[in-house]
Design a protein around this ligand. Structure first.
Ligand SMILES: [Fe+2]
Ligand SMILES: [Fe+2]
Ligand SMILES: [Fe+2]
Length: 169
């Protein structure tokens, strides 16, 4: 536990820690949603998109580690029991019951947009609380989530375009 780390942001510490645990839980759920989606996916460009899902899963896993480190540094406790993830998370976990790749892309896209909102929210809070370090951590993760959103949008657009093209033939 970082003594000075906590002293700097004394007033907003609890609020920041609560949001960090929300983000932490959401990262684990996002990790699993991508990972399991990559295993069961069916449809156009299956292999390419499944590889992208696995790459994103790894990045969500890295985000969980970064958020966890910051929670500990601030003297908080990261969520210890996976059963608690869904209670802390506000972004939804969508089980890939429908394995069609377009459905999976849409579900993951929704999760990414939610994550973008979460890190934007953390950045805003940290700006007003003058917590520069958490801001820095959240800002870096935010830029990864923006890349993820773009990647998924691009795949959806490509699939839609090729389907339209094929239906004209
Ligand atoms: Fe993430
Ligand atoms: Fe992401
Ligand atoms: Fe990507």
């Amino acid at each position: 536990m970082g003594q000075m780390a906590q002293k700097i942001i004394k007033e907003n510490k609890d609020e920041i820690l609560k949001l960090l645990n929300t983000a932490y839980s959401e990262e684990w759920l996002a990790y699993y949603q991508y990972w399991i989606g990559a295993q069961v996916a069916k449809g156009p460009m299956r292999k390419t998109i499944a590889d992208e899902f696995l790459e994103h899963a790894k990045e969500e896993f890295d985000h969980a580690k970064k958020v966890c480190d910051r929670i500990i540094q601030l003297g908080g406790t990261p969520v210890l029991d996976p059963e608690e993830w869904k209670k802390h998370a506000i972004c939804r976990y969508d089980a890939p019951v429908d394995e069609f790749i377009v459905t999976l892309l849409e579900q993951n896209l929704e999760a990414e947009r939610c994550a973008i909102g979460r890190y934007q929210q953390i950045c805003n809070l940290c700006m007003s609380a003058k917590d520069i370090e958490t801001f820095h951590v959240a800002r870096h993760i935010l830029s990864d989530e923006l890349d993820h959103e773009q990647d998924l949008e691009d795949y959806l657009e490509d699939i839609k375009t090729s389907m339209e093209h094929m239906s004209k033939k």
